[in-house]
Design a protein around this ligand. Structure first.
Ligand code: PLP
Length: 423
């Protein structure tokens, strides 16, 4: 009997013993194509010699030094590299151990920013109903996925959740994608006005929505209008690129494609590519300066921030993404994947939508294509899909999410950037 506490208490899963490229291998010798990189993590595939060597070299030099006393060479180098390629005036990097820690830190930084600026009444976070920002209490409060939030309601922060930007379900007949993008973004202004602009500290969103509804890209112009509204009211824009960042959509940061930069940016998953647990929060010069020229102390921290081995892995991963020319490959392979999915499933009676950017693609499963009606949740379509694919040697990431009271099923594909055409 296993003493590991699994998420699914009644399912027995095989023991992974190896990984080669896009393949995972279990103790029985079965091979699984890692079609979702776990959960959009393994962007370089498994067994990358350069990344593992960088980790070994760092371990030989130094495993750990607490950042309360010392910084480390890999942390400094990774921060420099990220800032060199980051959009806008993002200027400082705060390293953490994963995605939830990154968004949690972002929420606290936004709050402290306003306290330092002498506006302590700004405590309200606005988020979107179609979103997932992590499982810790603050991050879960920001997320809108009802299924994940349900039983924790009494513990959650009071966050405003506005309508998502969800072309497939929300764009009106006769409305152009551009018109819809503006209309969807204006929901932010309406909520700011409703709660009182002087009480709002920040708006948080995923540029391409991941786990809640399967690689949903924004409508054209949506984020430009969001940026304008945030600027108009002086509200901080936090972008959560934990899943869609680090090259997954074909640019290092997903928001580059929307022509905007946030005040705070969260990354994780692909940053460590699964070789080490690492995440990061990047913030603008103005946000950093508010703390530096105010109290001079960010009231937040974890034991493993800036971990030398984790940052050494992150440094090797980002160098690999940039130096091996993987970003243009993600764009080309992503288009090929979209075409292949459309050719194979485009007319399938239960496929409602196929979408995404780069190697971040989602398929929305519906009971009725014409009405877009989802399946009855009791049928547990996503769980059945996951099982059926796994039995055939494919790891994909099907999820059910409740948005605006409707249950929807989708499959997320996020294969390693090194995947070949055949694979
Ligand atoms: N934010 C987004 C957009 C995510 O997709 C996730 C995880 O799926 C998280 C945050 C939380 O990251 P982690 O699971 O590393 O805590």
């Amino acid at each position: 009997m296993s003493h590991v506490f699994p998420r699914h208490c009644h399912s027995q899963v095989p023991v992974a013993v190896g990984g080669e490229g896009v393949w995972l291998i279990d103790s029985q010798g079965n091979r699984y194509l890692d079609g979702s990189g776990g959960a959009a993590v393994s962007c370089l595939g498994h067994g990358d010699a350069q990344v593992t060597q960088a980790i070994k070299d760092q371990l030989d030099r130094l495993a750990f030094a607490h950042t309360g006393f010392l910084t480390s060479e890999p942390a400094e180098a990774l921060a420099d590299l990220l800032i060199q390629h980051a959009p806008g005036d993002l200027d400082r990097v705060y390293f953490v151990s994963g995605g939830s820690e990154a968004t949690e830190a972002a929420i606290k930084l936004a709050r402290q920013y306003w306290v330092e600026k002498g506006q302590p009444q700004r405590a309200r976070l606005i988020a979107r109903r179609q979103s997932y920002h992590g499982n810790t209490i603050g991050a879960l409060s920001a997320g809108g996925n009802e299924w994940r939030r349900q039983q924790f309601g009494p513990l959650l922060l009071d966050v405003s959740h506005i309508a998502p930007c969800y072309d497939y379900r929300e764009r009106a007949e006769g409305e152009s994608p551009e018109e819809y993008g503006i209309r969807a973004a204006e929901a932010l202004r309406a909520e700011i006005e409703r709660v009182g602009p002087e009480t709002v500290m920040a708006f948080i969103a995923e540029p391409v929505v991941g786990a809640t509804s399967g690689a949903v890209p924004p409508a054209p112009g949506y984020f430009r209008r969001i940026r304008e509204i945030c600027d108009e009211y002086g509200i901080l824009l936090i972008l959560d690129e934990v899943m869609c960042g680090m090259g997954r959509t074909g640019t290092l940061f997903a928001c580059e494609q929307d022509g905007i930069a946030p005040d705070i940016l969260c990354i994780a998953k692909g940053l460590g590519a699964g070789y080490q647990p690492i995440g990061a929060m990047l913030c603008s010069r103005a946000v950093y300066d508010a703390i530096a020229s105010g109290s001079g102390f960010f009231q937040h921290g974890h034991t493993y921030i800036g971990h030398p081995v984790a940052t050494a892995a992150g440094l090797a991963v980002v160098r690999a993404i940039l130096d091996r020319g993987l970003l243009p490959q993600v764009r080309v392979k992503g288009e090929a994947l979209q075409r292949a999915l459309e050719a194979r499933f485009g007319q399938h009676p239960h496929v409602g939508d196929i979408r995404g950017r780069g190697l971040f693609r989602g398929i929305e499963i519906v009971e009725d294509r014409a009405t877009k009606a989802p399946f009855d949740p009791a049928r547990k379509i996503a769980a059945a899909l996951k099982k059926a694919a796994f039995a055939r040697g494919l790891i994909c990431y099907p999820m059910s999410g409740t948005i605006d009271g409707r249950q929807g099923d989708h499959v997320l594909l996020a294969p390693p950037f090194i995947i070949s055409d055949d694979e």
